[in-house]
Design a protein around this ligand. Structure first.
Ligand code: HEC
Length: 112
């Protein structure tokens, strides 16, 4: 019995690596189809971001809080444009709309 299990170990390891890689590749290609109909950052935040990051930027489970003072505007613009492992890229948020949203998030004015 022990012998047969040993025989399968390389196969199991290989399958695990393939599955993990596939999940990783899938997650990093996620793109949001969200198209803003307004340039009001508060409304965009509620529509596009609050589902994961919380209405007050408080975060939810695996989704990080955005209330950290150290998060910089440029970093926010970058992550919204390009996404991160578990965060989709928002390709339709750009230019002024994006800078205003980043500024809004960085100042934590989640009630405006
Ligand atoms: C599908 C859920 C989801 C949505 C929607 C989403 N995010 Fe995220 N966000 C995440 C996750 C998960 C992370 C953590 C990074 C990772 O994936 O590893 C993250 C990270 C971030 C970070 C970096 C936080 C840090 O501590 O560095 C910022 C800033 C951010 N998101 C802003 C936004 C903004 C602004 C929006 C709306 C346009 C948004 N997110 C929409 C899931 C989401």
């Amino acid at each position: 019995m022990k012998q047969t299990i040993k025989k399968w170990i390389p196969f199991i390891v290989l399958i695990t690596i393939v599955i993990v890689t596939a999940i990783y590749m899938f997650l990093s290609t996620l793109k949001s189809t969200y198209i803003p109909v307004t340039d009001k950052p508060g409304q965009i935040y509620r529509e596009a971001c609050s589902g994961c990051h919380g209405v007050q930027g408080e975060g939810k489970g695996l989704f990080p809080a955005l209330a950290d003072e150290s998060i910089k505007t440029l970093h926010i613009e970058d992550i919204v444009k390009n996404g991160a492992l578990m965060m989709p890229a928002f390709k339709h948020l750009r230019g002024d709309t994006l800078s205003r949203l980043a500024d809004y998030v960085s100042r934590h004015k989640f009630r405006e």
